[in-house]
Write a protein that binds this ligand. Structure first.
Ligand code: ATP
Ligand code: MN
Ligand code: MN
Length: 304
C-alpha cells in the first residue's frame, strides 16, 4: 500500500510529493499517531524545524515499526535510502544531511522518529555554532530544582556575555542552547562546556554532578556537557521523540519555565496549535548574528 502525499497537492511549497509507503502504520501505539500523521506534523511546522536541522550532520533514531518495536541510532547511509537524504564525506567519515522539507519527509518515510543534529553546519563543520547544555535530572530531583539549574546555566553564560535559550527535551530534562559565531574548534568548545559544568558541580555539589557515572547522580542533576564534542548530537528543537505521547522537544521563553510545563508537555497533538497562536518566536534571536549585546564568541578566560 502506498500513497502519494499529500493527496490534494495543496499548499506545500516544495517541488514534488513524497511517496509514503504504509501511511496508516502506527508509529506511536499509545497515541495512535501514524506515519501519515507524522508527515502532516512536519509539513505543518516545517518552517520552525528546518533552521535547526537543514545542512547539519544528523544522527537519526529510526523505528521502522514504531516506538514499541526495535529502534536504532543511525549516523550513516542505509540500503534504499532516499536520494533526498544526502551524504557527504567529512575527514574520511560519511555524514548524513537534509536540506529541505522533501528531505525531512524522506526521513519520515524511513521511520525516523527523532532527529539529532551536530552543533555545527556543513558550511563550517569544524567550528560549532551552538553549545547545548543538557540537564539530566535523577529520578528524585524536583522540577523546580531543574528550572533553577537552567537559570543558573543562563546566568553563568551571561556572565561571559553569551545569550542562551531553553527548550524542553520531550523526555525528562531541559536543554540550554547558546548560539556561537563559528570561531572556536570542537576541543575548545567542549572544554568550555565542561568547565561550566564543573564550576556548577564544584559550587553546589549537593545539586549538580559533572561526571557521567550513574551512581554519582542520585538526587542530583547531571550537567551533561558531552553534547558538545565533535560528532556528538542533541535532539533538534521541534523533533518528535520516540517516547510515549509523541512528545516534541520544544523551545520556550525563559518566563514560560514553570510548574505547568513539564519536559514532555508539548506533543504532536498540541504543539501546532501553540505555534499557530504564538505572537513571537521565543527563539527568534537565536539565529541572529548580532544579539545586540554580545558577539557570542567563547571568552578568553574560561572562568564561569
Ligand atoms: P532527556 O531530557 O530525557 O535527558 P535527552 O534527549 O537530553 O532527553 P539524553 O539521554 O540526555 O536524552 O541525551 C542523549 C543524547 O545522546 C541524545 O540526544 C543523542 O543525540 C545522543 N546520543 C548519542 N549516541 C546515542 C545513541 N546510541 N542512542 C541514543 N542517543 C544517543
Ligand atoms: Mn538530557
Ligand atoms: Mn544527557
Amino acid at each position: 500500500e502506498t500513497k502519494a502525499w499529500p493527496a490534494t497537492g495543496g499548499s506545500r511549497s516544495h517541488s514534488h510529493a513524497i511517496t509514503l509507503t504504509h501511511p496508516d502504520r502506527v508509529f506511536w501505539p499509545d497515541t495512535g499517531l501514524t506515519k501519515l500523521g507524522l508527515a502532516d506534523y512536519y509539513a505543518d511546522i516545517a518552517d520552525w524545524i528546518l533552521p535547526h536541522i537543514a545542512a547539519r550532520p544528523l544522527a537519526l533514531v529510526r523505528c521502522p515499526s514504531g516506538t514499541d518495536k526495535a529502534c536504532f541510532f543511525q549516523k550513516h547511509s542505509w540500503n534504499a535510502m532516499s536520494s533526498l537524504v544526502h551524504c557527504q564525506s567529512v575527514a574520511g567519515d560519511e555524514v548524513l544531511f537534509v536540506e529541505d522539507l522533501d528531505g525531512l519527509l524522506a526521513l519520515v518515510q524511513s521511520g525516523v522518529l527523532e532527529i539529532h543534529p551536530w552543533g555545527s553546519t556543513l558550511r563550517d563543520i569544524e567550528r560549532p555554532d551552538r553549545i547545548t547544555m543538557d540537564l539530566d535530572p535523577a529520578e528524585d530531583v524536583p522540577w523546580s530544582v531543574l528550572i533553577e539549574a537552567a537559570f543558573e546555566v543562563r546566568e553563568r553564560l551571561r556572565h561571559v556575555r553569551l545569550e542562551s535559550f531553553v527548550k524542553t527535551t520531550g523526555g525528562k530534562g531541559l536543554h540550554v542552547v547558546t548560539p556561537l559565531k563559528p570561531k572556536a574548534g570542537w576541543d575548545e568548545t567542549k572544554a568550555f562546556a565542561q568547565s561550566l559544568a564543573e564550576d556548577m558541580a564544584g559550587d553546589s555539589p549537593d545539586r549538580y554532578v559533572a561526571t557521567m557515572a550513574k551512581r554519582a547522580r542520585k538526587g542530583r542533576i547531571f550537567i551533561d556537557y558531552l553534547r558538545n564534542g565533535r560528532g556528538a548530537t542533541a535532539v533538534a528543537a521541534y523533533s518528535t521523540r520516540a517516547r510515549s505521547g509523541a512528545s516534541v522537544s520544544t523551545p520556550l521563553a525563559w518566563d514560560e519555565l514553570s510548574a505547568s510545563i513539564r519536559p514532555n508537555h508539548f506533543t504532536v497533538d498540541n504543539l501546532p496549535t501553540r505555534l499557530a497562536h504564538m505572537k513571537t518566536d521565543p527563539w527568534a534571536d537565536l539565529g541572529r548574528a548580532d544579539l545586540g549585546r554580545a558577539d557570542q564568541v567563547l571568552p578568553e578566560s574560561q572562568k564561569l
